[in-house]
Write a protein that binds this ligand. Sequence first.
Ligand code: BGC
Length: 390
Amino acid sequence: MKTNLLIAAGALMALSACTGGKTETCNLTASGLDPQKFVDEYRGDSTALFVLKNANGMEACITNFGGRVVTLMVPDREGKMTDVVLGFDSIQAYYPETNGTDFGATIGRYANRINQGRFELDGKTYQLPQNNYGHCLHGGGDMGTRGWQYRVFQAEQPNDTTLVLTLNSPDGDNGFPGNMVASVTYTLGADNALNIAYEATTDAPTIINMTNHSYFNLSGDGSKPVVDDVLWINASNYTPVDSTFMTSGEIATVEGTPMDFRTPKTIGKDINADNEQIHNANGFDHNWVLDTKGDMTACAATLENTTNGIRMEVYTDEPGVQVYTGNFLDGTVTGKGGVTHPQRSAICLETQHYPDSPNKPEWPSVVLRPGEKYTGHCTYRFTVTPEAAE
Ligand code: BGC
């Protein structure tokens, strides 16, 4: 057996107790997961669950399968810990043989779409899997051409608040050139932030655009739509799409369109508007061009559940954010606790470069060359808002 796990003390503790028998003797996570249900071998590599905790009791459970965030427990206005992401309670449910979802995943090599799965670099044309309306979505498909969300990462947990996941992606992986070493580091901050840092290097010219694909439902109840949550996006422009979700190359103003979230509004307010972009994407499934322009200290977006007071702030050094309102969820996937997820029962805020950037030389570059280091950052920070006055 090829083992690629380096389990540090904290993770071993988390993995040790559930030896079967009664659940009360099990060492369940605060979110109620049984870490033993994540111990497996997938295509020769070992999977596990890693538990990060900060001093405030915030907890993130992450598996090295696809670098996926499984649960994220944050306090609501009353201090009640609430799991704000969709996921599954066993590792097998994440396998492409069972579910083709991107719940919580680390996406690579290229998050979002590349037109016809083709791009040219230094005069050479590369063909990637065409797994979405003829385009390449999220680096490849599930069963045949597994993207990174279905790969087993090497894991190292140096302390209670940090997890480092590393992946070796060989030259020609899903058609992408260059041997690449990529990593994602999750850190829980004392300020109730989940910090995500990406790094990658290559031995030949290639492209890279990593993101996290957590499906957020701040109410903690994944059986309910998120349309009443209030969204603010710090963006004056977005990239329109055609009916195959491919960006036209235009950078369009949000002014006077349903895409204008510069003043906070509920996700649901304009989600069914009679608007070509809404029709094309079946809701919101677009890349916003952030006004933060790579400034990590400026807030890129906020999402708020006014009932329990949980508020998420998004910070990134990336130029864009893909906002996807779970339009393809249809109640057929059974998540944690046997809950099924209807349409729009979650929202993804995927910080990244713009879609199809490899074919848009005028946009911020996604090219990585030998000797360079790719880095990208995303922070999801949680606070609470006071109850609105009657
Ligand atoms: C895309 C959606 C897609 C979803 C699948 C999002 O990033 O924009 O169109 O259905 O990922 O995970």
